[in-house]
Write a protein that binds this ligand. Structure first.
Ligand code: ADP
Length: 502
């Protein structure tokens, strides 16, 4: 099919005609309509729409309707490539310039651009700011820029990219153009920062609903990570499952454990070669691979709408990450499950990873402190038994008034019986109090389990009334309970290299 942009009529009928002709959709979603109108009317905008909400249509439609060339800034080559391939095969004249293009492909794309045939041009920020490209775009009289994944411009976002900061210069080069920012995750502070950084003028702010009623959320104490993940995947035999892990080596260990459990699994992380990563993405997209153990690197650009389960083997580092990663489940609108395996040990592990990488990347203390705040919000989400749908919606600034979501562990009443919990908590707290000294989690657990060790005898702790009081609990379970008390503020765990409980 080919598109002939006939007129610049900007009426709704024209928009719908184009949407029907190119995409085959019968209607627009409410926010799409407003976002498209803003871009056609030359009014700056900030559009926050969850993953799967349909952001791309908002910047793909206006240039076709207005018969002009719009520029989209995008952070990832794979995203650009997939999008342009899809558009071109639907007859939509789009081009992308990125380092993955062969010289001949680049020359051909340039020729089409020069002839004025192209309507949408996708670029990375680095490419955009090469002097020859800026000059070229000025000659093309570009009147609208869409900034995809706009949260990358903000230090307060969860995925800051220094190369995005230069986008603020665009206003100077294109004083008469309108700017349109798109993102899936931005709380109030990040939204304000995007507006400031991009110097958006009287922008139309459009924020979509964050709740995904078709997703069931569960947060389960992590006792035996690999066994638990295997059990969850078995509930989804033959279906697409993503298992998010904290580090690259965690993904390798996870895939190994799944294979030993007779489950076929691939890994995906940024340390793999581009070729190996592409193969895994393609296998997942064409459904020849179903289970992927991945780091956060597996994300943008995943083109599979029937992911039935997203497992977090450890806590992600922010609610923004959690919402975006779980958002990859159930994009077809059908039911899907999201399980977070949580242990109180996740927070200190992330804390030390973030501190180390801040040091390596020379990040300011302020940025690190902000990352820790996001981490703490995530810990609170995982450890406080509140309706998960409500917690996510409210975190993103949207009220949630449904009393029982019927789609989370808390509303299902699955959270472990509180009576038991209270007694266990009392025993742990009483033991800490009786030891009257500064001891770490491992030592506390060994006393509670009644371990027969030299050091316990030497300190006289085998004579405490709490010695062996929780010997029926599994070591990992016990550690997890202790960390829950830390999370809930009942116990203090000092910082430093030898943290102790108080
Ligand atoms: P996002 O970029 O916000 O994650 P996409 O633009 O990839 O979302 O759209 C998600 C899915 O919704 C795609 O499969 C897309 O084809 C579909 N979609 C978008 N707009 C509409 C619409 N108006 N009607 C029906 N389906 C739509």
């Amino acid at each position: 099919m080919s598109i002939t942009p006939t007129s610049t009529a900007q009426g709704e009928m024209r928009i719908l005609d184009v949407v029907r002709e190119v995409w085959g959709f019968d209607s627009l979603r409410p926010l799409q309509d407003q976002a498209i109108q803003a871009a056609l009317g030359g009014r700056d905008s900030l559009v926050v729409m969850p993953t799967g909400g349909g952001k791309s249509l908002c910047y793909q439609v206006p240039p076709l309707v207005a018969d002009r060339l719009d520029v989209v800034v995008s952070p990832l080559i794979s995203l650009m490539k997939d999008q342009v391939d899809g558009l071109q095969s639907a007859g939509y004249p789009a081009e992308a310039f990125h380092s993955g293009l062969a010289p001949q492909q680049r020359d051909e794309a340039f020729a089409r651009l020069r002839k004025g045939e192209c309507r949408l041009l996708l670029l990375s920020p680095e490419r955009l700011f090469s002097p020859s490209f800026l000059g070229f775009l000025k000659k093309q009289n570009v009147v609208a820029f869409a900034i995809d994944e706009a949260h990358c411009i903000s230090h307060w976002g969860h995925d800051f990219r220094p190369e995005y900061r230069r986008l603020s210069e665009l206003r100077t080069y294109f004083p008469n153009a309108s700017f349109h920012a798109y993102t899936a995750t931005a709380n109030e502070r990040v939204r304000e920062d995007i507006v400031k950084q991009l110097d958006l003028r009287d922008p139309k702010i459009l924020v979509g609903g964050f709740d995904r009623p078709n997703l069931t959320y569960r947060v389960i104490p992590r006792v035996d990570m690999h066994d638990q993940v295997i059990a969850i995947i078995r509930r989804h035999e033959g279906e697409a499952v993503i298992v998010y892990c904290m580090t690259r080596s965690d993904t390798e260990r996870m895939a190994g454990a799944l294979k030993r459990g007779n489950l076929k699994a691939e890994t995906y992380h940024a340390g793999m070669s581009p070729d190996a990563r592409r193969k895994v993405q393609e296998a997942f997209a064409n459904e020849s691979a179903n289970v992927i153990a991945a780091t956060v690197a597996f994300g943008m650009g995943i083109d599979r709408s029937n992911v039935r389960c997203v497992i977090h083997a450890t806590m992600p580092k922010s609610i923004e990450h959690y919402q975006q990663e779980t958002g990859r489940a159930g994009r077809d609108g059908l039911e899907a499950e999201c399980v977070l395996l949580y242990s109180g040990g996740d927070f200190p592990r992330w804390e030390s990873l973030l501190s180390r990488s801040a040091l390596e990347a020379n990040r300011s203390e302020e940025v690190l402190a902000h990352q820790i705040t996001l981490l703490d919000e995530m810990r609170r989400f995982a450890s406080v038994p509140q309706c998960r749908h409500k917690a996510i919606s409210e975190y993103f600034g949207q009220p949630y008034s449904i009393a029982n979501c019927e789609a989370c562990d808390v509303c299902f009443g699955e959270i472990a019986g509180s009576e038991d919990g209270t007694i266990i908590a009392q025993k742990i707290l009483s033991c800490v109090a009786r030891m009257k000294g500064a001891y770490g989690v491992n030592y506390l657990c060994s006393v509670l389990k009644g371990a027969d060790t030299e050091i316990i005898r030497h300190r006289g702790h085998h004579e405490l009334s709490t010695y062996g009081l929780l010997d029926g609990l599994d070591e990992k379970q016990l550690r997890n309970y202790v960390f829950q008390l830390v999370d809930q503020g009942m116990l203090d765990r000092t910082s430093g290299s030898r943290p102790v409980l108080e």
